[in-house]
Design a protein around this ligand. Structure first.
Ligand code: FAD
Length: 450
């Protein structure tokens, strides 16, 4: 019987793990002694760092996808979601995209289901916040923002018009900063279609509880990003949180009540509910693993990417864990795949150690800040590095070509500012879009086994 390796999730971590396994285990995959099964709900890997550009209409949704049928050659693909894992019985429960549930036993397991938006116990947040973690959310957000402008343009009541033109983004990390920056430019460009809106009325506010934007950029570059955004008219409120959200307003922790119809929530991520229901130790909401990416107490089970708390061996602090970035997820995949192979062969496992190469942040148009290899860049040079980095990091040549073609088209052709409308009648909560309530509890998993 073939030894089965199950990989959960086809994001940065999962896809790269499968590609590496296909390379290293090619003879075994061909003679049938090993089988690799990739379980993922979508037939593409999503290049998340370009999501704000999808929301802003700079790039089409399809362009930021890496089609799995092209990227995966020898592994078996199972379209579905792993809704539970029985670590004792070594079995995953997979809910196929048809809704049918099946058991999928494994010999080795690689968990790479990424993260979901971290929500807090704030009144109204669950019902009204819009997330920014997948294509549906990016498409929805774009439609929603354009709809607010359209409704504001048609409004007869000044207070309603002002509220619809007010947008709040929570979270000063790269996701929130890029989203606010790109969507503010979208609104600025779209205003020519909405003559009844006074440009001064459209206000974007980016807030964060921390005293600085993107602390990982360093003090100087973080301040430069802040400066660029403020000069463009984005209001930035630091050391401020949200205390209440309704369908007509957001209340900040300093007591300010902002009438608005849009709250984008990017204030951190937490690991997938799948990981939380495993019943094993977590560190800061992520699965506790060793530097060899193996889950403690479960040999042959590996976890990586956003869902795992991987010790950062480049830091002196023994408690340090790698930040949840695409850069780490991609590089961890090599270690994960090599350690799966080593464990199949009975060899020693290797440890993950990677020095951060820096960060790039696209602020829309020709503006960016970048911190590659300890260099500090801003403006056009940073934008060249930022876009070059994304092209380099995109896994397929055809995806790169599509992204470049979109950039050129947008540069010369602009945007038509139309709403796609597919998702207009969907309940737009983070839970709904990210499917966080569809998992089996520990008890349900145990009941299946007995
Ligand atoms: C807007 C935005 C901008 C970002 N910009 C940057 C950036 O500039 N630089 C950077 O380094 N990082 C950036 N990140 C972070 C980066 O995208 C993540 O750290 C990275 O995607 C993590 O990779 P992953 O493989 O762990 O998870 P993901 O890439 O999220 O992949 C997880 C995969 O698992 C699948 N999945 C989930 N649950 C299950 C399940 N139960 N069963 C089967 N499949 C499942 C999902 O469908 C998905 O395909 C950004 C993130 C966002 C949201």
């Amino acid at each position: 019987m073939a030894e089965r390796v199950v990989v959960v999730g086809a994001g940065f971590a999962g896809l790269e793990t499968v590609k590496r396994l296909e390379k290293v285990l090619r003879p075994q995959l061909e003679d049938g002694s090993v089988e690799v099964v990739l379980v993922a709900p979508n037939d593409y890997m999503l290049y998340l760092p370009l999501l704000p550009q999808v929301a802003a209409g700079v790039i089409t949704a399809q362009s930021v996808t890496v089609p799995l049928p092209r990227a995966v050659k020898r592994a078996h693909r199972l379209p579905g979601t792993v809704v539970g894992v029985d670590l004792e019985q070594k079995c995953c429960v997979v809910r196929k995209i048809s809704g049918e549930e099946i058991d999928l036993p494994y010999d080795r397991l690689v968990l790479a289901p990424g993260s979901v938006t971290r929500q807090f116990d704030i009144p109204g947040l669950e019902e009204h916040a819009l997330g920014m973690k997948n294509l549906a959310q990016a498409a929805y957000l774009r439609d929603h923002v354009l709809a607010q402008l359209e409704l504001a343009n048609a409004a007869t009541d000044d207070a309603e018009r002002a509220a619809r033109c007010r947008f709040v983004v929570v979270g000063g990390g790269y996701a929130g900063t890029e989203t606010a920056a790109c969507l503010q430019l979208l609104c600025e460009a779209a205003l020519k279609r909405f003559p009844r809106i006074d440009p001064g009325m459209v206000r974007w506010t980016l807030i964060d509880i921390a005293p600085r934007l993107m602390p990982e950029l360093g003090k100087r570059l973080g301040e430069q990003a802040l400066d660029i955004l403020r000069r463009r008219g984005v209001e930035i409120k630091l050391e401020t949180g949200v205390s209440e959200v309704t369908d007509e307003s957001v209340t900040f922790s300093d007591g300010e009540v902002v009438p608005c119809r849009t709250l984008v929530w990017t204030a951190g991520v937490t690991s997938s509910p799948l990981v939380k229901n495993l019943g094993v130790d977590l560190v800061r909401g992520r699965l506790k693993v060793g530097a060899d990416l193996q889950v403690e107490g479960h040999p042959g089970v590996f976890a990586l990417g956003d869902s795992a708390a991987v010790p950062d061996l480049t830091q002196d602090d023994p408690e340090a864990i790698c930040p949840p970035t695409a850069q780490h997820a991609t590089r961890m995949a090599t270690t994960a795949a090599d350690n799966v192979v080593a464990s199949l062969r009975g060899d020693a496992l290797t440890q993950y150690k990677h020095h951060d190469l820096g960060l790039v942040v696209d602020l829309g148009g020709s503006q960016a800040v970048a911190h590659p290899l300890n260099l500090e860049l801003k403006g056009a040079p940073a934008q060249v590095v930022t876009r070059g980095y994304h092209l380099f990091a995109l896994p397929l040549m055809r995806t790169r070509a599509r992204v470049v073609a979109n950039w050129i088209l947008h540069l010369f052709g602009g945007d038509d500012f139309i709403r796609i409308g597919f998702l207009a009648d969907r309940k737009a909560t983070v839970d709904e879009f990210e499917g966080t309530t569809s998992y089996l509890s520990r008890d349900e998993i145990r009941a299946r086994a007995s």
